[in-house]
Design a protein around this ligand. Structure first.
Ligand code: ADP
Ligand code: MG
Length: 304
């Protein structure tokens, strides 16, 4: 289990994180979300031991994570960290970047393992390509495979799929997160992409204004987002009294109701249209199965 106890940290005088307390069970996937600048990367770096703590403690099992003041070399064997600035060896191949971290004394095992990890990140075609010839997204995938090479107990991922295009993202997410689950690797992933979270995270932790403002299972947070900030992570939403926060798909256009709105625009959104309308001169968003004309009058109801 990872334990973060009463952690307070700032690079300078201003604190980035204040009195942060949480635990992550072994094998669990925790997603850390929050706006840009909310301290997600800082938290991962602290867990990795990149900075000395003046207040608070971090433990993995019984071992306290200590910063550079106590450790000549930052980091621990049981933990790997894929940062937003993945640093790879540019003039060596994808396979070599991964196998470098494996034992030279068991070449067959090392080769088998390298192949397995290349498959997880779907880079078979590029196994023998030098890293400097790869795209940003491909490099990001090498960084993930390399972090997994030595089978860490805990993996810290910072916006792990941010450079990877949509054509490959979803498959890759499934590969990587399933690999972690199957191998009982504890994972903390900092992200602003709901697709990194829904379907994969056991818990979501929301950082805002130096604090943890929510920590719960994805289903619970999604169904009951206590704050607009949380709802905005999951999708288009409205605040409509007396109902509170309601997602665009919770508004349904009906023949007649006492909630009337005027259509302003319709956005094509794949299998649905997102209707932008004015309700009491407030902009609202409604999911609907067809396009609607500007200025048409509609009635809607709220479904839970
Ligand atoms: P996030 O990953 O959520 O976008 P960060 O942890 O990167 O947030 O940043 C949190 C805050 O700390 C920001 O205000 C950022 O400007 C500041 N910060 C991050 N890294 C440093 C640093 N090395 N030195 C000084 N301030 C930093
Ligand atoms: Mg960050």
């Amino acid at each position: 289990m990872l334990q973060v106890k009463n952690l307070t940290f700032g690079y300078k005088k201003t604190k980035v994180l204040k009195s942060i307390d949480f635990t992550v069970e072994t094998g669990e996937n925790l997603a850390v979300i929050g706006e840009s600048g909310s301290g997600k990367s800082t938290l991962l770096k602290l867990i990795y031991g990149e900075h000395d703590l003046k207040q608070g403690q971090i433990f993995w099992k019984d071992e306290e994570i200590l910063g550079p003041e106590y450790n000549l070399v930052v980091g621990y064997d049981f933990m790997k960290y894929v940062s937003q600035e993945f640093d790879l060896m540019p003039v060596t191949t994808v396979a070599e970047n991964i196998s470098k971290f494996l034992s030279r004394f068991y070449p067959e095992e090392s080769q088998r393992r390298t192949k397995e990890l290349i498959e997880v990140v779907e880079l078979e075609e590029f196994a023998n390509t030098k890293v400097k010839f790869l795209s940003g997204g491909q490099k990001q995938r090498v960084a993930i495979a390399r972090a997994l090479a030595k089978q860490p107990e805990i993996l810290l991922l910072d916006e792990p799929f941010s450079h990877i295009d949509n054509f490959q993202k979803q498959g890759l997410r499934r590969n990587v997160f399933n690999y972690l689950k199957n191998n009982k690797i504890t994972c903390i992933v900092a992200t602003h992409d709901r697709n990194d979270v829904l379907g994969f995270a056991d818990q979501i932790m929301v950082l805002n204004d130096t604090k943890i403002i929510a920590k719960d299972q994805p289903q619970n947070l999604y169904k009951n987002p206590q704050l607009p900030l949380i709802a905005s992570f999951f999708g288009e939403f409205n605040v409509i009294e007396p109902y509170g926060i309601v997602y665009a798909h919770q508004l349904q256009i009906v023949e007649k109701s006492n909630l009337k709105a005027i259509v302003n625009r319709a956005y094509f959104n794949g299998n649905v249209w997102l209707i932008e309308a004015f309700y009491n001169s407030e902009k609202i968003f409604i999911q609907h199965h067809t396009e609607l004309d500007k200025d048409s009058e509609i009635y809607f109801s709220v479904v839970s």
